[in-house]
Design a protein around this ligand. Structure first.
Ligand code: PGA
Length: 248
């Protein structure tokens, strides 16, 4: 079983969301995977109520605020995301961190808010190119992971980690299966140390960064890669369907 998640970013309004689910035909093989789509907040409700959406596809929010409500213009609370149909939430995506300046502390507050409302947090971690060139991959991704682990609601809290090297996102550059396996091993070892072996084993660690139908199988066969988080290639129903049918 693999987790196949699509992050639509700031694409796909209500009409496009409905058209996507109408056009998407899941292939045999997808049935064994856990499938997730993260539409923009304004399209969550349309995705949740779309009669053509295969109910095996769960939905998530791309971002939440850590407060439950209040004077926070432009923000979406965890409770609102749940009400709109989300079961999961992306937290700390590299665009949130690097374009909007989100810190590890804010990521932790969002993880806590997601947990309070029963959302499964998908905590994104990843190094920039210069951090990689400076040999700081483990230091950076472990600091990002640790901040999230501190606020998890007990060892039973379900969550996922997504390793997305920033230099591989939307660039066409993909980490090699070995790069992914090394980073995933580092993350798994930390999960084992903090949560224990059983919880570490059941926590999916996804790889993200220029995943396409052509490279999904190779990445999913890398050691410790439990799934993929797909950006650009998840916008096209055909390519999402192909990746969704990839096993590990
Ligand atoms: P990409 O995006 O597949 O377009 O590289 C991945 C992501 O940002 O989650």
């Amino acid at each position: 079983m693999a987790v196949i998640a699509g992050n639509w970013k700031m694409h796909m309004g209500v009409a496009d969301t409905r058209a996507f689910f109408a056009a998407l035909t899941l292939q045999e093989g997808a049935g064994g995977n856990e499938l997730l789509i993260f539409p923009p907040a304004v399209s969550l409700g349309a995705a949740a109520t779309c009669p053509e959406r295969d109910p095996r596809i769960q939905l998530g929010a791309q971002n939440i605020h850590w407060q439950d409500g209040g004077a926070f213009t432009g923000e979406t609370s965890a409770a609102m995301a749940c009400e709109a149909g989300a079961s999961h939430v992306l937290v700390g995506h590299s665009e949130r961190r690097h374009v909007f300046g989100e810190t590890n502390e804010e990521v932790a507050l969002k993880v806590a808010a997601g947990c309070r409302h029963g959302l499964v947090p998908v905590v994104c971690v990843g190094e920039t190119l210069s951090e990689r060139q400076d040999g700081r991959v483990d230091e950076v991704i472990l600091a990002q992971l640790d901040a999230a682990l501190e606020v998890l609601d007990g060892d039973d809290q379900r969550f996922m980690v997504a390793y997305e090297p920033v230099w591989a996102i939307g660039t066409g550059e993909t980490a090699t299966p070995d790069d992914a396996a090394n980073a995933h091993r580092t993350l798994r070892t930390r999960l084992e140390a903090v949560l224990g072996i059983a919880a570490a084993v059941r926590t999916p660690i996804l790889y993200g960064g220029s995943v396409k139908p052509a490279n999904a199988a190779e990445l999913l066969s890398a050691s410790e890669v439990d799934g993929v988080l797909v950006g650009g290639a998840s916008l096209d129903p055909q390519s999402f369907a192909e990746i969704a049918a990839t096993g590990r």
